[in-house]
Design a protein around this ligand. Sequence first.
Ligand code: MN
Ligand code: MN
Length: 352
Amino acid sequence: MARYGAQFGPDVTFLGVPPCDVTDPGSLAGADVVVVGAPFDGGTSHRPGTRFGPQAIRSTDYLAHDGSRPHLALRTDALRDLDVRDAGDVEMPPGDILSSLAALRDAVAAVSRAGAIPLILGGDHSITYADASGVADHLGQGRVSLVHFDAHADTGDLEFGSLWGHGQPMRRLIESGAVRGDRFLQIGLRGYWPGPETLDWMAGQRMRSFEMTEIVARGLDDVLTEASAIAVDDCDGVFLSVDIDVADPGHAPGTGTPEPGGLTARQLLDAVRRLARDLPVVGMDIVEVSPPYDHADITAALANRVVLEMLSATARRRLDTADDAVGRPRWDPALPLLSGRDPQGPAAGQPG
Ligand code: MN
Ligand code: MN
């Protein structure tokens, strides 16, 4: 795959993980997770700028970009416990949404075929059509559930006279058969869109959409329990899609369509951690980070940590479900930070 060079897809990798090339299957062999950048904001309806998202998410981190991130709470080093590589950015021609999505879908399908989890950095949310379709190309149409964090349902039909844009990918995924409507879970919806006709369509597809009022009334944990049970029922994997605008604009101002009253950064990280640890995740994306509208890198820093939470929890899941995990104590969220650490030896510095 071509690299943009230093403009949209700088030849730096996510926090220093090794590079790879999706057009070279040999370079994907053995990878657990492959990061793919999708610098595309041609589907945006309001404020643009998410084409600068991938580079901001890759590199907004105050620690050394050394390919290592030991997680204090989860006791994993995702970038070492997992084989994580970065394929750079897909070439997505501005103004040509169909060829852009086709190129991304091919790249994602190549990662999926190689047996790795594609982790796509957006880009506006139109890219999720390509992301989930690319995974379904390998795992089977209708065999992957989708858990979708967003302020918006993104189930519009025609917008601005077009079927393609960041307000419509979820409808296109269901219509195409890539994802079943009754295995489509939406978390964090709120505000004033979409209207009744679209909500009726969603009901007809038997989607399960959790609006913020229900989340507040029942508690986020209860909602995640229900969503997880649906997601793993008669499915071969789960795709996790995080629109950063699910977080309150106070926690994520750098986005195109901010909607007040969302999740806190803490809630979003905890939710992503729980799902990635509990569910068989086969693909993930993080979208709608728009650096030109960001302030003090607040949004880019949160997105970087959402990615690390996905990876760290995926690493934790593999440790806790490994063949030799039987008899070993499983990870416990109530474990104090320093318990079980060796105050004497150098092993105290090792994750585990
Ligand atoms: Mn969205
Ligand atoms: Mn949104």
